[in-house]
Every structure is written in structure tokens, then in C-alpha cells.
Design a protein around this ligand. Structure first.
Ligand code: BES
Ligand code: ZN
Ligand code: ZN
Length: 485
């Protein structure tokens, strides 16, 4: 497969692509050969159907079915793009033009094609530490001949690039991707993209700032913890409140002293997915979305390991907002580091709203599988906006309860709250209730539990591995906020 995708104005395409609908005449720009191929009985313009012709003059033409135009969806277009990308790769083509098409000439469809090409180009061996042989390095160059569609295409290429960046980070093994490596990635991002500034809180500063969750969860690892702050601020003099995104960045989750089983532990390099998604979103913020308000990302990074200095079940720790927590289970570590990020967001950032994203619980996987992420919020506006962003991006969320009942359940006997209720049920909602104890009541807050989605296999992700799930959702959330601001 080509290794990257670029939006470019290269004038000489290897192929011209036409999209066809079952209920519409073929576009006028089709060559005679392509027109006759499109009217053959075996070609019926069903979604994702592909045929190719070699006209006597000009480049080859590829015709791609998109089904009934009245049922056209962003998702169908993205899926067709992935099939088309596979075809283009089989033919080893490098420059593609997409022909004018009045039915498709919308920003959102162009974006779907750009994202689809990028998703298809992802290669799980493109990450530090695993490459054994040189792979074909080809950058596919694409442009569309209709204006709005082409604008969307460029956007989609940028967004998909951010998704793939996130996927590469998630996939990087835990002996390489430790908390300070994640901080290096944030620094690299800020040199690669304009408008982002990075601060890393580590070592002594974690003590000074009472980031007690990081200190405890990370203390049994030789890879020290850190909290990584990335800021986008288009106009510092405007004093606007930022949207704050907090990402769980556990670079490996052994469970700690409440150790995971030998089948439960493998794959826990994905436990940093929340932070990797947030970093991918910041790339999209700087490259594509450029929101007209500030955005702050906080990556709460630690390795949950085991040694003689490990934090233990029965420990009681005090957070910077004064809340005391009895650790009942060292495997419920994500909420302990996220709590630092949420306290920090509310105390230091003066946030417009706070959203955290995390591979928090096995419970949400039982409830929603890989179909939806769990969305927990008591704020109507955030509920509406995040659900709408889910519908538009194709990354769906389903609301689960965050209520006083679950908060009551978390109450401790020797502390304000426990990090997990022994023998308790409803773990996904317990997690959300715990987190909400670290957010000031006036601050709109949402928690997204994406434990079932960090790595998936389906039509969109034909390669088994990290999905980058959440980048498109949060990118769409920020895009819509910026358009309405
Ligand atoms: N990282 C896990 C959650 C997880 C489980 C992610 C499966 C992806 C797949 C988290 O830190 C964890 O271990 N959660 C526990 C919480 C429990 C001990 C309260 C869980 O859900 O089992
Ligand atoms: Zn855990
Ligand atoms: Zn975890």
C-alpha cells in the first residue's frame, strides 16, 4: 500500500476517477470507453463497485459505484474510498484526479474521501521499534476537479493524517513508548506544526503541583511519569476560556499489585490511546481545524508497573483539590491519573468545558462492544454536541449514566471516596462518577470511555491494529464549536 497521501496539484494523473450512482446518468466527463463499461450489465453502481478502462487517449479511468444518490452518506463515501485506495495500490498508481461531480460536490464528501485514503494507507509496521525490512515508500497524490469537493479532500487528507499519527503512537511498544517518549512526541508535534506550545510537568514539579495520582501510579516503574500540556491559543489577548481535553496515557497497564492475568495483560500498550487521540486532535487543530478559541490538551502519562515501591491496595492519597481516595484496586489506575488532569484543568485553566477520553473500563466493552464509546455527562449542551459530532464523524457514542447514585456508591470508609467498589457493579459508571469528583460543579464536563475501540477490525480498518478512534469525533466537535463561535 502507498505509505502516505498528499493533496497536490500535479497536472498529469495516472488515473481519472468517476463516481457513479444507480439513479443518475453517468457524468458527461466520462470517455466513450468508460461510458460503455458503466452500462454493461455487470456494472450496477452498487456502493464500492469498481471498474477500469483504458481510453484511446488520456489516462486510464476508474469508475466507482456509490449506490442510490438519495441514500448517499459520508460513511458510504469513506468506505468506497478505502476500496478505491486498495485498487489504486494494486495498480501501483501514484497520481489521481477525481472528476467533476455535481452530486458529490460538497465539502463533507471530499473530506470523507481524504480520510478514507489516509485510513487505508496506514501501515502497522510504520512505527519505531518493529521495522525489519524496507517497505515501498510511495506518496499518493490526489486532487479533485470540483472546488468544494477539493477543499474537503484537502481537509480529509489532513484529518486522516492526524488519525494515522495517533494510530502509530498507540501501536508503539511499551519498551519504547514510555511517558517521557510521549512528551518527546508532543515536542516533535509542536516543531512540526505551527501554533502549539508544550510544557511537561515531571520529577520534582509533580510533587510541587501535588499531582498525586501520577506520583503513585507511576512510582513502581523505572520510566518516570509526567503530565504533558499542549496549548493552542489563536489570540492570547482575547482572554477566551479554553476547551480542555484530558487523555489517559497509561503507557503500560500491568494492573500493578492488583495484577492482571496472563491473558488480560497483553495488549495493554493500548492503554495510552486516550492520550494519543488527544495528541492526534492537537495535530488536526494546528493543521486543519485552526479553531478560533483556545484548546488545551493534558496527557496524564504514567506506567502502571510493579516493584517494591509500588502503591498498594489500602493506600490513601490526597488530591490537590483536597479529596481523599482510598486505593482499593491498583488496576483502576486510569482514573487516578485523570483526576490530577481534571483538578489541574479546573484550578489552572479556567476552562470553558472539560472532556476526558480514556480506555477506562472493561465494563464499557461488555456493554457497548466496539460499536460505541460510552459517553457520560450531566451537561445537556455537551451531550448534544458530542452526539452530533459522533453522527457526523462516524465515531459513535452512546450515553451511559453518571448519577448521584453512582457517586454515593464510591464513598469510602476511611476516605472521601474509593477508586473502585469492591464487589460493586456498573464499573463504567463508577469510573465516571469517580472522575466527576475532581471537576468543579460549574464546569461542563464529559467523560468518554473508549476501552472497546482503541484497536478494531472492520471495513474501515482492514488491518488489525490501532484505530485512532476519537480523533475524528473530537476534531468534529471542535470544528462545529469553532463554526458557531
Ligand atoms: N486499562 C484497563 C481497562 C481496559 C480493559 C481497557 C480492557 C481495554 C480493555 C483499566 O485500567 C482497568 O484495568 N480497569 C478495570 C477497573 C476495575 C479494576 C475497577 C476493569 O475494567 O476491569
Ligand atoms: Zn488498569
Ligand atoms: Zn488502564
Amino acid at each position: 500500500m502507498f505509505s502516505s497521501v498528499e493533496h497536490s496539484n500535479h497536472p498529469h494523473p495516472d488515473a481519472l476517477v468517476h463516481f457513479l450512482f444507480t439513479d443518475k446518468d453517468a457524468p458527461l466527463s466520462l470517455s466513450d470507453e468508460a461510458r460503455s463499461a458503466s452500462s454493461r450489465p455487470e456494472f450496477n453502481s452498487k456502493p464500492g463497485q469498481i471498474a477500469q478502462v483504458f481510453p484511446s487517449s488520456g489516462p486510464r479511468e476508474i469508475i466507482v459505484g456509490l449506490g442510490d444518490s438519495s441514500k448517499l452518506s459520508v460513511e458510504a463515501v469513506r468506505k468506497a474510498a478505502i476500496k478505491l485506495a486498495q485498487h489504486i495500490d494494486n495498480c501501483q498508481l501514484e497520481v489521481i484526479h477525481i472528476a467533476e461531480n455535481s452530486t458529490l460536490n460538497e465539502l463533507k464528501f471530499g473530506q470523507a474521501i481524504g480520510v478514507g485514503f489516509q485510513l487505508a494507507s496506514y501501515n502497522p509496521r510504520q512505527m519505531p521499534g518493529s521495522r525489519t525490512e524496507q517497505e515501498r515508500e510511495v506518496s499518493l497524490q490526489i486532487k479533485a476537479l470540483s472546488e468544494q469537493f477539493d477543499k474537503g479532500l484537502a481537509r480529509g487528507v489532513g484529518l486522516g493524517n492526524a488519525v494515522n499519527f495517533s494510530r502509530r503512537l498507540v501501536n508503539t511498544p511499551p519498551n519504547i513508548a514510555n511517558p517521557l517518549w510521549m512528551a518527546d512526541q508532543a515536542h516533535d508535534l509542536s516543531t512540526r506544526c505551527q501554533g502549539l506550545s508544550v510544557r511537561v510537568i515531571q520529577g520534582q514539579e509533580l510533587d510541587e503541583e501535588s499531582l498525586i495520582g501520577h506520583i503513585n501510579v507511576g512510582r513502581a516503574s523505572c520510566n518516570p511519569p509526567c503530565m504533558i500540556r499542549i496549548e493552542w491559543n489563536p489570540d492570547p489577548s482575547a482572554n477566551q476560556k479554553p476547551v480542555v481535553l484530558v487523555g489517559k496515557t497509561i503507557t503500560y497497564d500491568t494492573g500493578g499489585l492488583s495484577i492482571k492475568s496472563k491473558t488480560g495483560m497483553p495488549g495493554m500498550k493500548h492503554d495510552k490511546a486516550g492520550g494519543c487521540v488527544v495528541l492526534g486532535v492537537m495535530q488536526a487543530v494546528a493543521d486543519v481545524i485552526k479553531p478560533n478559541f483556545p484548546v488545551v490538551a493534558l496527557l496524564t502519562a504514567a506506567e502502571n508497573s510493579i516493584d517494591a515501591t509500588a502503591y498498594r491496595p489500602d493506600d490513601v492519597i490526597t488530591y490537590r483539590n483536597g479529596v481523599t481516595v482510598e486505593v482499593t484496586n491498583t488496576d483502576a489506575e486510569g482514573r487516578l491519573v485523570l483526576a490530577d488532569g481534571l483538578c489541574w484543568a479546573c484550578e489552572i485553566e479556567n476552562p470553558e468545558c472539560v472532556i476526558d477520553i480514556a480506555t477506562l473500563t472493561g465494563g464499557v466493552v461488555t456493554a457497548l462492544g466496539a460499536e460505541f464509546a460510552g459517553l457520560f455527562t450531566e451537561n445537556e449542551r455537551l451531550l448534544t454536541e458530542i452526539k452530533a459530532a459522533g453522527d457526523l464523524s462516524g465515531e459513535d457514542v452512546w450515553q451511559l449514566p453518571l448519577t448521584d447514585g453512582f457517586r454515593d456508591m464510591m464513598k469510602g470508609s476511611v476516605s472521601d471516596i474509593v477508586n473502585s467498589v469492591p464487589g460493586g457493579k456498573g464499573h463504567a459508571s463508577q469510573g465516571a462518577a469517580f472522575l466527576s469528583c475532581f471537576v468543579t460543579p460549574e464546569v461542563p464536563f464529559a467523560h468518554i470511555d473508549m476501552a472497546g475501540l482503541s484497536h478494531t477490525r472492520n471495513d474501515e480498518f482492514p488491518v488489525d491494529g490501532p484505530s485512532g478512534w476519537g480523533v475524528r469525533l473530537l476534531a468534529q466537535f471542535l470544528t462545529a464549536r469553532s463554526e458557531n463561535n
